[in-house]
Design a protein around this ligand. Structure first.
Ligand code: AP5
Ligand code: MG
Length: 225
């Protein structure tokens, strides 16, 4: 696919709204690199790095990891992977999560003349989300996400690509999940304010990823092809 200009997009949305699911679909249709803040934190936890050791407690109890840790982690990744230029297409899932994170990201992108050009808020009824989370299984190494009802793995409890066992996330329990949802509802107001002022925020509403994805794909096509 030929793009008219580089894609630099954020996906916002409540926990369980389908950010990871929509990212996988976009990767199949567009030549884009993606980074999920949750996936990168889970891999740091698995490797027992200093960031992972700090993050573990916050994630397990459903709190946000401190802004400074997240800003250093994600902007560090953007720099080391050489995404801060005028030609690389990328998508961030789960960062920024707070207004201070959004402001810091804007500063870094502005200093390299590669500002965000699209922010999409996935709007899924929150009454549906808990049910999905209880049926979610993940492949930790790749971030691939399954749902026992909606997109089950080909072999039960095994990753489709590697055949490795799937696991549950520690933070996918009902009590922790509610705390993550409450945190999201608080933080999203500040993020909306930043991105509405910049005129880059679009909201896509729907009950399922199958309703949301065609709208998301069309939005990306309209803006970048
Ligand atoms: P993170 O991993 O980013 O979690 P999250 O935002 O809570 O989002 P999820 O990954 O739970 O959901 P998702 O929107 O990706 O949905 P999915 O596609 O899996 O962050 C985890 C933690 O890390 C945070 O709580 C925080 O502690 C920390 N953290 C991360 N970033 C941070 C930051 N910037 N600052 C501070 N702390 C940070 O879909 C959900 C399920 O639904 C799946 O099972 C999927 O298969 C299923 N599904 C999808 N579509 C459908 C459908 N149409 N019908 C039925 N099921 C469906
Ligand atoms: Mg996710």
């Amino acid at each position: 696919m030929k793009l008219s200009h580089p894609i630099r997009v954020l996906l916002l949305g409540a926990p369980g709204s389908g950010k990871g699911t929509q990212t996988s679909r976009l990767l199949k249709d567009f030549p884009i690199n993606s980074l999920s803040s949750g996936d990168i934190l889970r891999s740091q936890i698995k490797e027992r790095t200093p960031v992972g050791i700090t993050a573990q407690e916050y994630i397990t109890n459903g709190s946000l990891v401190p802004d400074k840790v997240m800003i250093d982690l994600i902007t560090g990744h953007l720099k080391t992977h050489n995404w801060l230029n005028s030609s690389t297409n990328w998508l961030l899932d789960g960062f920024p999560r707070t207004k201070p994170q959004a402001i810091e990201l804007n500063k870094v992108l502005g200093s390299r003349s590669c500002p965000l050009n699209l922010v999409v808020e996935l709007d899924v009824p929150q009454s549906l989300i808990l049910q999905r989370i209880e049926a979610r299984w993940v492949h930790l190494n790749s971030g691939r996400v399954y749902n026992l009802d909606y997109n089950p793995p080909k072999v039960p409890y095994k990753d489709d690509i590697t055949g490795e066992p799937l696991t549950k996330r520690d933070d996918d329990t009902a009590a922790v999940f509610q705390k993550r949802l409450d945190g999201y509802n608080e933080e999203i107001k500040g993020l909306r304010q930043v991105y509405e002022e910049e005129g880059v925020l679009f909201k896509i509403s729907g009950e399922t990823s199958d309703i949301i994805y065609p709208q998301l794909k069309q939005l990306v096509l309209d803006k970048f092809s």
